[in-house]
Write a protein that binds this ligand. Sequence first.
Ligand code: PLP
Length: 390
Amino acid sequence: MSDTHPQSLATRAIHGSTLKDAHGSPHTPVYNTTTFGFPSTADLLDVVDGRKAGSLYTRYGLNPSIFALEETLAGLENAEMAWAFCSGMAAETALFLTHGREGIVCIGDAYGGTLELLASQLPALGIPTHLILGSEIDRLDALLAGGARLVFFETPTNPTLELFDIPAICATAHAHGARVAVDNTFASPVNQRPLELGADFVVHSATKYLGGHSDLTAGTLMGSKELLLPVWNWRKNLGSMIAPETASLLARSLRTLVVRVREQNASAQAVAEAMLKHPAIARVYYPGLPDFPGHALATAQMHGYGGMLSIEVKGSGIDATRVADRLRLFALAPSLGGAESLVTQPCTTTHHGLTPEERARRGISDAMLRLSIGLEDPADLIADLDQALG
Ligand code: PLP
């Protein structure tokens, strides 16, 4: 293979780290170490002062298990740099505190923890935040003219799978000198790479597709070196570093990311098509369905339609609760992206804290169920939904 041949995502997910251990292990071992020794003070100062790369102290991120993970993560989003964190929320908090202090605009629905941080905790620190719905996107220009410097959004969103045009939002933000951060958790880098579409930052709850097995909690922030270097001190002093064991487990999971997500895309498409024909279903929210409002945009900016979909049961919220409780293969659990399929009812979990009027304003019906499609045979998942809906 020539040195200039661009490696595919599947290859980079496996060979993304250039770190090699002395014993030829194909996978960087877990350096379960808090600190690292030096032969002399001069050598120690070389690392402390940044003249030489090297391991020093794990909370700083200077640990080989973390280096190996971050190199692989950066390769997946074609980022110059990636920082790993102990959770997705830790990554977002460090991003907002570093680059959002002059004002943040959040477009559309976002994860509940993100909304809490933006709606109450950051404003309590004096950081101006603006939460606008997708239908209010025409306010973006004025908010940026008013001084907001960071635009943040998820696409597709939770739970209505609303899509936002990444290049168009980047053009508006950049015209005002503002930066754009995309939470790419729902899509994963297999299905969407926002940095290639003009975004400045990508954030992930690595707890979801990147981890992929519902057995670890982690986060990552990716972008250019220039924009990520100032985040380093916040991560260090917030103490929000990923643990070496988790870093190693996550790097192990990344090796199968591409095959897992492609399979989940295909299964979600099959489940969505089956639900569309089901007499007990009023509506299906899935970007891979030709009649879905975001289908054309998804086709333009995504490489796959994802493993997440929502369905609206014919009837009330109580009817939807009964369906969720009757499912056997889908576990009733508030997460996504794992090998096992999960179901949540937004009005009893992620959006329980909102008033019914606010849920309605966001297009979230009480009869909605969100499905995270795992790696089971889709025919078994459809059969499970059939028996629960029956
Ligand atoms: N972003 C999205 C889209 C999420 O769904 C979540 C968690 O559910 C988060 C961020 C926060 O991630 P974590 O739970 O890893 O802190």
